[in-house]
Design a protein around this ligand. Structure first.
Ligand code: KG4
Ligand code: ZN
Length: 344
């Protein structure tokens, strides 16, 4: 290992995934994730159960990340952890673990904003046809869409970013999950809507699109619209959902994507940006990926999508963000506490 190499342990515990990753410079050596099945029965994440599961998972996950990276504890230069935003009980587990391990190893800690992490996942080294995949150039716009967040972020530099648009109610992932629930699909319904949408006609049904100012979003009206639509249709045909599932999913998915892209396009025009990235769990959606590539051609954008495992919550994105703070010399104090509502 060369002297100049910087090794960082990243820890992520903001919601229902316990994750630990080791990064050497900008290359991920390991990225371990323990999900939590316990929430499935409840149709959503139960905060108290999440923090308990983090407590059980954190030690084995960190231990496996270190072993799989083929490094030793003494090789780690710093520990980066998610300070927020997220569920407080969940964040406490990762933060406390990072603090105590760093104290034991006598190395610095680095606080990371989870939303910075989603954006900076684009800077993890990835190979494409044996070559290093191109990374976005500054300034770029990142549409971060997950179960908890929907943000249009103007990224001027690694640690200089501004949220220029956000949702006023539900996140894009919730729009998928909550409408999926109305269709009787299990949680999380987003991937299932994606699956059925592939087989359906996206023009079959029309749903409402909100009128929102600037680059902001709203998805709660869509949920109500879908509920009323289903109540109306099932009165006429009790098997309406079953008989039309693919077309409903395709039409719903198209509506959500139209809403997302209307504002994304508006923001790129306003800020005169031609580098466009997407991030977050919902960016796994095949319709969103396809639309990004179509709009990219039309609008002459260069587009970027991280590898799937760096889209959903993961510690690799926390580790790469930690690296930029490390290079910048920004470290946290031992008395730091997590913040559920941390802003970008
Ligand atoms: O980023 P993520 O793993 O966790 C959060 O930070 O929330 O995102 C999870 C969200 C869920 O709402 C899930 O339904 C959605 O991402 N999702 C999808 C797809 N895969 C995951 N939504 C639509 N289509 C998909 N293929
Ligand atoms: Zn996330």
């Amino acid at each position: 290992m060369s002297k100049k190499d910087i090794i960082i342990l990243g820890i992520e515990s903001s919601c229902d995934d316990t994750s630990a990753a080791i990064i050497k410079n900008e290359t991920i050596l390991s990225n371990e994730i323990a999900g939590q099945k316990v929430h499935e029965a409840y149709g959503g994440v139960v905060p108290e159960l999440a923090s308990r599961a983090h407590q059980q998972n954190i030690l084995p996950v960190v231990d496996t990340a270190i072993k799989n990276a083929k490094i030793e504890l003494k090789d780690i230069d710093a520990i980066a952890f998610t300070r927020g935003p997220g569920l407080l009980g969940s964040l406490i587990v990762g933060t406390s673990f990072a603090k105590s391990l760093a104290l034991g190893l006598d190395i610095p800690i680095i606080e990371v904003n989870h939303m910075h992490g989603h954006v900076l996942a684009h800077f993890i080294d990835e190979l494409e046809n044996d070559e290093l995949k191109e990374k976005p150039s500054f300034p770029f716009i990142c549409l971060t869409v997950s179960g908890g967040h929907t943000q249009i972020v103007l990224v001027r530099d690694y640690l200089d970013m501004e949220v220029v648009g956000t949702t006023k109610d539900d996140a894009a992932g919730e729009a998928f999950d909550k409408t999926a629930k109305l269709l009787g699909l299990p949680y999380p319904g987003g991937p299932l809507i994606d699956k059925y949408a592939k087989l359906g006609n996206p023009e079959k049904f029309k749903f409402t699109k909100p009128e929102m100012a600037d680059f902001n979003y709203s998805f709660s009206g869509l949920k109500t619209n879908v509920l009323q639509f289903l109540q109306r249709e099932t009165k006429k045909d009790k098997d309406f959902v079953e008989n039309n599932l693919n077309d409903i999913c395709a039409s719903l998915q198209k509506t959500i994507i139209d809403i997302l892209f209307d504002k994304l396009i508006k923001a790129t025009r306003h800020f005169d940006i031609h580098e466009v990235a997407i991030a977050g769990g919902v960016s796994a959606n095949s319709g969103i990926r396809q639309r990004l590539s179509e709009e990219g051609k039309k609008m002459k954008w260069k587009t970027y999508i991280p590898k799937f495992e760096y889209c959903t919550d993961n510690a690799a994105m926390i580790a790469i963000t930690g690296r930029f703070h490390y290079l910048n010399g920004t470290f946290a104090e031992q008395n730091i506490s997590p913040m559920a509502r941390l802003k970008i």
